[in-house]
Design a protein around this ligand. Structure first.
Ligand code: FE2
Length: 372
């Protein structure tokens, strides 16, 4: 659609805008328009918070007059001395009725699609003040579900500084920024050297961590390769090949719990969380942490069959991207999409990292995207 208005006129209780070019029409109802007035008396100019009293707007409101210049449409209301103002760009954004959406395309992958050229950005670029390197890193994470930063000094301080550029670090029962060797400090298997199968973290959290970062600071041993699985890819394969299993995985709320270390955390989510349009929103899977629950017999059997299919695919090497995390390389991944796993290892390993909340990283992405 054009970004210029050809004509604007009052049409009963609507404002009618005709866009240049194809003559497409947009019709904005008066109550909605009054509620979205951009003038200082209706919207706080620094916080963008609404200050108009929505509930005093009469349902029968109709515009009294309208005028425009190149950038702005001005509407006069009956009984109001001051005009309402609307940037043309705002009217363009709202040209059609529709729920709020953001278009952030994803590239779903199997191991062979991505293992030759892992998405990565050099540390020096990410730390530059211009924000270009940081934007590139977060855009890669958004598209592929993970991305690396290379050449990071192998210290907790440098890692924490890097991760704080992404957003503030989330506090959990494990603390904020963490730095550990296998030491059994917590009951969780992450604090051991045994193999850990593919999972998402925080299945027992009502708002599970949106992102997780790892940096292996020291490694002297064998094994311990990291494994990442694009569970969005797995979910789409299941949707296509076994719609019945997809339906079960997308609708049975699975409870999870963390019991120990002075807490008893619980939450429930389907394995495959969908958005309102049926797109993939959030994968929640950790078979170790699944809490007891019981379904009707036929549903129970379908649940085990569907979960079995999911488990088979995420453990299929074709879906598993494997690499050794080594000092100097930080991986940031989308914990609502990419499962992580670890082979058993022997020797000494020191790992540090952090969680970020989903909305904080997306906020950073928006700000970086709009910084120009
Ligand atoms: Fe984990």
């Amino acid at each position: 659609m054009s970004d210029k208005i050809e004509t604007v006129q009052v049409a009963g209780a609507h404002l009618e805008v005709s866009w240049t070019g194809n003559g497409q029409l947009s019709r904005y109802p008066a109550v909605w328009l009054r509620d979205h007035c951009h003038a200082a008396r209706s919207m706080n100019q620094s916080s963008h918070q609404r200050s108009v009293d929505t509930f005093s707007i009469p349902e029968t409101l109709a515009p009294a007059a309208v005028r425009m210049d190149a950038e702005t449409v001005f509407v006069t209301w009956p009984g109001e001395a001051e005009e309402s103002v609307y940037p043309v760009s705002f009217l363009q954004d709202m040209a059609e009725p529709g729920l709020w959406t953001e278009d952030r395309p994803k590239s779903l992958w199997m191991a062979a699609d991505i293992e030759e050229t892992l998405p990565e950005v050099p540390h020096a670029a990410v730390m530059k003040e211009d924000g270009d390197g940081l934007a590139e890193w977060l855009e890669l994470v958004d598209r592929h579900g993970f991305a690396l930063v290379t050449g990071v000094p192998a210290t907790p301080e440098a890692t924490e500084e890097l991760l704080k550029r992404v957003g503030y670090i989330r506090q959990t029962i494990f603390g904020g920024f963490w730095d550990f060797t296998a030491n059994k400090a917590f009951a969780d298997t992450a604090y051991s050297t045994v193999e850990i199968g593919p999972h998402t973290d925080g299945t027992y959290a009502i708002d599970s961590p949106g992102y997780q970062a790892f940096h292996c600071l020291e490694f002297d041993g064998t094994g311990g390769e990291s494994i990442f699985v694009d569970a969005f890819k797995v979910a789409e394969v299941i949707r296509e090949q076994d719609p019945e299993a997809f339906e079960v995985l997308a609708s049975v709320p699975v409870p999870a719990q963390y019991k120990g270390d002075g807490v008893h955390l619980m939450a429930e989510n389907p394995v495959i969380g969908l958005d309102r349009d049926g797109g993939l929103r959030k994968i929640t899977y950790n078979n170790y942490d699944r809490a007891p629950f019981r379904l009707e017999d036929s549903r129970q059997a379908a649940f085990y069959r569907s979960l079995g299919l999911f488990n088979r695919l995420i453990n299929d090497p074709a879906y598993q991207l494997r690499f050794g995390l080594r000092p100097g390389t930080v991986v940031l991944f989308d914990n609502w999409r990419v499962l992580h796993a670890r082979e058993a290892y022997e020797g000494h390993r020191r790992l540090c990292g952090a969680y970020h909340n989903k909305e904080d990283v997306l906020s950073k992405l928006r700000l970086l995207h709009n910084r120009g």
